[in-house]
Design a binder for this molecule. Structure first.
Ligand code: NAD
Ligand code: TYD
Length: 371
C-alpha cells in the first residue's frame, strides 16, 4: 500500500492520474496539493472527492513548510509531481510564473522531501520515491528525418516553458546524485483526453467547432507532435513507480506522430460525423457549422506562427517498452473518438472553464488570418 502526494492533481493530467490510481489501487491513499491556478479545477476531481482515501489541500508547491507538513502528517512515501505552468504560448507572453512554479516550485518540493525523508527520517517511511513528470519538449526540436528522442538525447529546450521544465529535471537529477533522494523522471509526449484545458490544441478545436469559431492553425500547420491518450500516460507513470529504476529517466510516448493540420482535419471529420448521426446535437449546439449540415473544416484559419515554434517532437520509448513492458492501450482512433465524445457529453464542464478569465487572454492571442 502506498500513500501518494500528488502535486497539480486538479489539472488535466494530474486529475486523470488520480482517477486512474484510485481505480487501480483502491486501498492506497492519495493527497492532492494544488494551488488552483486558472488551469486547476475542482470539477476535475468531483468523482473522487467523497472517497475516504482522497484528500485535497489547496496550496502552493513553493510553500516548502506546507509540503513538509503534508509529507509528515500523512506519512507520504510517494510524491508524484505534476504541478506546473504548462502552456507554451503563456510562457512566451509571461515567463515569470513558469520560472516560479516549474523551477522554484520543484526545488521547494525537493527540499521538503530531503528534509523529511533523508535528514529527519521521522515519518517511519523506509522506501520513498520522488517521481517528476516532465515532457519531451526538453529535448528541443527535430527535423522530419531525425531519429526520435531517446533518454540519451541532449537537452535543448527552446521555449521558456521547456527551459523551465529542463531546469527542474536537472534539479531532480542532482538531488539523486548529490543527496541520494530516490527519484525517477518520465518525459512524455503531448497528451489528450478528458479534462484537457481548452486553450490546448485538441480541446480548443472541439469547443471552437461547437461555437462556430475559427480554428487557428499556427504557421503552415505542418508541425508534428506525438499524441498519447492521457490514461496511457498515467499507466506509464504507474509502471515507472512500480518497476522503474531509481535515478533513471523514462520516455513515454504513443508512437503516434501527426501534423497539426491533420489532427485538426481529423477532429473536424469526427465532429461532422457525430452531428450527422445524432440529431440532438444540432439542437444542443445550434451555432456549429455541422448543425446546419456545413463543414467544420471550413473554420480552419491559418494564423501567424508561434515564435520559436518547435517543428517536430517524436518519442523513442524503447527503454520504457523493454524495461517496464509499457505499451499504450489506446490507439489514436479510439482515444480521439473517446475524447470527442467526452467533450460532447460534458458541455457544463468546458462552458464553466471557458467562462473564466482565461477567455480574454485567449482572444488576445488570435492574430488576424494570414493573407
Ligand atoms: P495543467 O496546466 O492542466 O495543470 C497544472 C496544475 O498544476 C493545475 O491544477 C494548477 O492549478 C497546478 N499548479 C500550478 N502551479 C502550481 C503551484 N505553484 N502550486 C501548486 N499547484 C500548482 O497541466 P497538465 O497538462 O496537466 O501537465 C501536468 C504536468 O505534465 C506538467 O508538469 C507538464 O509539464 C507535464 N506534461 C504535460 C504534457 C501535456 O501534453 N499536457 C505532456 C508531457 C508532460
Ligand atoms: P499545444 O496544445 O499548445 O501543445 P504544445 O505546444 O505543448 O505542443 O499545441 C500543440 C500544437 O498545436 C503546437 O504545434 C502548436 C499548435 N497550435 C495551433 O496550431 N493552434 C492553436 O490554437 C494551438 C493552441 C496550438
Amino acid at each position: 500500500m502506498k500513500t501518494l502526494l500528488v502535486t497539480g492533481g486538479a489539472g488535466f493530467i494530474g486529475a486523470n492520474f488520480v482517477h486512474y490510481w484510485l481505480a487501480q489501487y483502491p486501498q492506497d491513499k492519495v493527497i492532492v496539493i494544488d494551488a488552483l491556478t486558472y488551469a486547476g479545477n475542482m470539477a476535475n476531481l468531483a468523482t473522487v472527492n467523497s472517497n475516504p482515501n482522497f484528500t485535497f489541500v489547496q496550496g502552493d508547491i513553493c510553500n516548502t513548510a506546507l509540503v513538509e507538513q503534508l509529507l509528515r502528517a500523512h506519512s507520504v512515501d510517494t510524491l508524484v509531481h505534476f504541478a506546473a505552468e504548462s502552456h507554451v504560448d503563456r510562457s512566451i507572453t509571461g515567463p515569470d510564473a513558469f520560472i516560479e512554479t516549474n523551477i522554484l516550485g520543484t526545488y521547494s518540493l525537493l527540499k521538503a522531501a530531503k528534509i523529511v525523508w533523508l535528514d529527519n527520517k521521522d515519518t517511519g517511511v523506509s522506501n520513498h520515491r520522488f517521481h517528476h513528470v516532465s515532457t519531451d519538449e526538453v529535448y528541443g526540436t527535430l527535423s522530419a528525418t531525425d531519429p526520435a528522442f531517446t533518454e540519451e538525447t541532449a537537452y535543448a529546450p527552446n521555449s521558456p516553458y521547456s527551459a523551465s521544465k529542463a531546469a527542474s529535471d536537472h534539479l531532480v537529477r542532482a538531488y539523486h546524485h548529490t543527496y541520494g533522494l530516490n527519484v525517477t523522471t518520465s518525459n512524455c509526449s503531448n497528451n489528450y483526453g478528458p479534462y484537457h484545458f481548452p486553450e490546448k490544441l485538441i480541446p480548443l478545436v472541439i469547443t471552437h467547432i461547437l461555437h462556430n469559431e475559427a480554428l487557428p492553425i499556427y504557421g503552415d500547420g505542418q508541425q508534428i507532435r506525438d499524441w498519447l491518450y492521457v490514461t496511457d500516460h498515467a499507466y506509464g507513470i504507474d509502471l515507472v513507480l512500480n518497476k522503474g529504476r531509481v535515478g533513471e529517466n523514462y520516455n513515454i510516448g504513443g508512437n503516434n506522430e501527426w501534423a497539426n493540420i491533420d489532427i485538426v482535419k481529423t477532429i473536424c471529420t469526427l465532429m461532422d460525423q457525430q452531428f450527422a448521426s445524432n440529431s440532438a446535437l444540432a439542437a444542443q449546439f445550434p451555432k456549429a457549422a455541422a448543425a446546419q449540415k456545413g463543414d467544420s473544416a471550413s473554420l480552419i484559419t491559418y494564423v501567424k506562427d508561434r515564435p520559436g515554434h518547435d517543428r517536430r517532437y517524436a518519442i523513442d520509448a524503447t527503454k520504457t517498452n523493454n524495461e517496464l513492458g509499457y505499451q499504450p492501450k489506446e490507439s489514436f482512433e479510439t482515444g480521439i473518438t473517446k475524447t470527442v465524445a467526452w467533450y460532447l457529453n460534458n458541455e457544463a464542464w468546458w462552458r464553466a472553464v471557458m467562462d473564466g478569465s482565461y477567455k480574454d487572454w485567449l482572444q488576445k492571442q488570435y492574430d488576424a488570418p494570414a493573407s
